[in-house]
Design a protein around this ligand. Structure first.
Ligand code: LUZ
Ligand code: MOS
Length: 775
């Protein structure tokens, strides 16, 4: 029987100090949120005379622009000017990874919703009215909406990528069981509460300040500079917080900020551009739909010996972040399992949908859905419970991932067995069985979902951050980092770190806006790495300041530096409180002309990846966990509820327990939404049909599981994580995949002829059809 690892007590100073704070800390934004005082882009005090802008976008998914008549729109009173690609002084190009995306369409349109022009007027209302007066004539070209069609036509974003381990072809020959199949997972709308938007304000000497709802202020700054043909130092980008990002503002916050800046540049007046919900839904990309094929081979004792996949990623009409997302699909293609022979391949297929983009999990969930489907299929065919195969193949210490990294401090088995023990799996499964025996029109299903998620930007050079820390002469502290607060609580975590190191109350600390003039050349707040990267930089800066202050204290108190500590706003010598307070110490440092500002740079050590070999050590560490999901379906209606999701999660040593639990719960529900109810639909002309909340159903309070239990796994933690507190933003989203398989099992309990379908989301309509399907 598996035993939990002992929960070793760590004697680091930080662990001791943060104990009380980590349990009591609330997301600091909650106070301004509930009072309606939190500031978003739309709340910025605008300058008198500010103009408002609306984007004119393509009413066709693919075609040649024959003519556009702006005359009626331009003649409308209050319209200032309409900008097109002809007004771009620099490059009409916003592609981040591959330069394949114009800011404004020139002579062709590639997706329905593609920006063609920006209408600037005295009010948004007038700009919208003007938009309706534009006449456009487009000659239709053939439209591709699915990845398969794109593949058949040879329409790709870039060259395919492939990872391999062992000898897959040879290994299949020796397998006792081999199964093949196809899967589909649909896209997902980010549905951040705050839609995309930006406010651009001209400054002196042709400089522009832009307030943007972006996860990546530097990307915005860089792209504005490129499009305007000016240097980056002329652009200042400022972010207070986002009303949600979820990846949708990693790259796709940029065009709107660029357009606002372009108009401000030409008009020398402030310009505000905020998309309304319909425009946002139509013009922005979503999670990538994937069409995939798999082949899985097992031995008699249910070890997975060989696994092969081809992932077709529906990238949309431009690269955006698709190549990086495709890569992460390969990194997570074997989820929490060790498979000795693996060949995975991904094709980024160019279609006429809006460029699909980053979404929490970043291609990882799509990869994991396929391996889980393959295992479920194998279990169904062999006639064993899915969890038997899952359990027989869980990752172990020192196993090799297909990309060459050796798994260390692995918690796959620990979380799995802890979940079985803590939640009493025998009783849970017995209850499901008994229920199914005693009920004909309701059936229950249960499924395990283990997760393993790699932490770091897979593009190694992006793993860095800086923190600028000022101690003001009254002892209060201001901190600037590259971290963008988007509801995930990163500002609270940064504050905790400083409060810990300085041993001062959080009231004395302010987290400043994220601003490119204070912290430059930053990576976006993404990849679950924001708290790790920016937190480590903050920790370094605060520690450097403390070392400096200790010298001042030692001189003042005539004590040895090594005997001095800072505790509860006082200086201690050999753990005895001295008369010198934090505030006095800071004033003394000022008088001695000691620098009270520090700028620290952190770059994740140890990571590397060689794309020519597709091998390396791309991740600082992995996050592990196991979820057990139970569902009840109504077999007359096809509707369902989730009775419970029981999770053992690898937080490491959570530094902010409330915030981290919130991330797990939120990600889980978002994952369940993706797998069960959120159904993006485009028609064959490439028009978005699910273009409102009446046609796109997201989880609400009634569709959350009746109980969600999250137990931290006992672990030693990992020093690559900030204060051993592991990244928590994305990994728990993939627990939601368990919901899909719980539904499959419930359907099987009702319909013994049911042949499993791997076509997500598993909407109530699909459940109903499956309940009565003959094969
Ligand atoms: N963004 C990115 C990400 O640029 N690189 C990544 O590896 C990544 N991973 C997850 C989410 N966003
Ligand atoms: Mo991302 S999917 O912006 O971490």
């Amino acid at each position: 029987m598996h035993k939990n690892k002992p929960n070793k007590v760590l004697d680091t100073k930080l662990d001791a100090v943060s104990k009380s704070l980590k349990q009591s800390i609330k997301n600091l934004d909650s106070y301004t949120h509930v009072r309606g005082e939190s500031l978003y882009v739309d709340d910025v005090n605008i300058r008198q005379g500010t103009f408002h802008a609306v984007v004119f976008d393509s009413p066709k998914a693919h075609g040649k622009i024959k003519s556009i008549d702006y005359s009626k729109a331009e003649a409308l009173e209050g319209v200032q000017r309409i900008f097109t690609y002809k007004d771009v002084p620099g490059e009409n190009e916003i592609g981040g990874i591959i330069p394949d995306e114009p800011l404004f369409a020139e002579d062709e349109v590639h997706f329905w919703g593609m920006p063609i022009a920006l209408i600037v007027a005295e009010s948004e209302f007038i700009a919208r009215k003007a938009r309706d007066l534009i006449d456009i004539e487009i000659e239709d070209l053939s439209v591709i909406t699915t990845a398969k069609e794109a593949k058949a036509k040879g329409s790709f974003i870039n060259a395919p990528r492939s990872f391999s381990l062992g000898d897959t072809e040879k290994a299949f020959v020796d397998c006792d069981y081999v199964f093949e199949g196809e899967t589909f997972s649909n896209g997902q709308e980010h549905l951040y509460i705050e839609a995309q938007g930006a406010y651009a304000e001209p400054q002196e000497n042709g400089n522009i300040k832009v307030t943007s709802s972006t996860q990546g202020p530097t990307a915005v700054q860089k792209t504005i500079a490129k499009v305007l043909g000016i240097a980056m130092h002329k652009i200042e980008v400022d972010v207070t917080r986002l009303g949600g990002g979820f990846g949708g503002k990693e790259d796709q916050a940029t065009p709107w900020a660029v357009m606002a800046a372009l108009a401000a540049h030409h008009l020398n007046q402030s310009v505000k551009l905020i998309l309304n919900r319909h425009d946002d839904l139509r013009m922005t990309g979503k999670r990538h739909p994937y069409e995939s094929t798999y082949k899985i081979g097992l031995s008699k004792d249910l070890k997975i010996i060989a696994y092969q996949t081809e992932f077709l990623q529906n990238s949309g009409a431009a690269a955006d972040l698709s190549p990086a997302i495709a890569e992460r699909t390969l990194f997570h293609a074997t989820n929490s399992y060790y498979i000795p022979n693996v060949t995975t391949k991904v094709l980024s297929c160019k279609t006429n949908l809006p460029p699909n983009t980053a979404f929490r999990g970043f291609g990882g969930p799509q990869g994991m859905f396929v391996i889980e489907s393959a295992i479920a299929k194998a279990a169904h065919e062999i006639g064993v419970p899915t969890r038997t195969i899952q359990e027989a193949n869980l990752l172990d210490e020192n196993d090799t991932f297909s990309y060459g990294q050796i798994a260390k401090k692995v918690e796959a088995k620990n979380t799995w067995h802890s979940a079985k023990n803590i939640f009493n799996i025998e009783a849970l499964e017995q209850a499901v069985e008994t229920f199914n025996k005693n009920n004909t029109s309701f059936k229950k299903g249960i499924a395990f979902m283990p997760i393993t998620f790699g932490i770091s930007f897979t593009n190694t050079p992006m793993n860095h951050a800086r923190a600028l820390v000022h101690i003001y002469l009254d002892g209060s502290v201001g901190i600037s980092t590259a971290a963008v607060e988007m509801g995930q609580g990163v500002n609270t975590k940064m504050m905790q770190i400083a409060a810990d190191v300085f041993s001062i109350p959080i009231e004395k600390i302010k987290i400043e806006t994220t601003n490119t003039t204070r912290v430059a050349n930053t990576s976006p707040s993404a990849a679950s790495s924001t708290a790790d990267l920016n937190g480590k930089a903050t920790l370094m800066a605060c520690n450097a300041l403390v070392e400096r202050l200790k010298i001042v204290a030692s001189e003042d108190l005539k004590a040895s530096v090594k005997d001095i500590t800072l505790k509860e706003e006082s200086v201690y010598i050999n753990n005895k409180k001295s008369a010198l307070t934090w505030t006095e110490l800071v004033s003394k440092a000022m008088l001695k002309r000691v620098a009270l500002t520090e700028n620290a740079h952190y770059a994740t050590p140890e990571i590397h990846f060689d794309k020519t070999k597709e091998k390396g050590h791309p991740f600082a560490y992995h996050v592990y966990g196991t979820a057990i999901t139970t569902t009840t379906i109504d077999c007359m209606r096809g509707t369902y509820e989730f009775d419970s999701v029981k999770i053992v999660h690898d937080y490491g040593k959570s530094m902010s327990e409330g915030i981290d639990l919130g991330q797990v719960e939120g990600a889980l529900i978002q994952g369940i939404g993706w797998m069960t109810m959120e159904e993006i639909a485009y028609n064959k002309d490439g028009r978005l049909l699910s273009n409102a909340l009446s046609t796109y159903k997201v989880p609400d309070i009634f569709s959350v599981p009746k109980t969600v239990e999250v137990i931290p796994v006992e672990t030693e933690g990992n020093d690559m994580a900030i204060l051993k507190s592991k990244a928590v933003g994305e990994p728990p989203l993939m627990y939601g995949i368990g919901a899909y398989f719980a539904l499959q099992n419930a359907i099987k309990a009702f319909n013994p002829n049911y042949n499993m379908q791997f076509n997500a989301p598993m909407t109530p309509e699909k459940v109903l059809m499956s309940l009565y399907r003959k094969a």
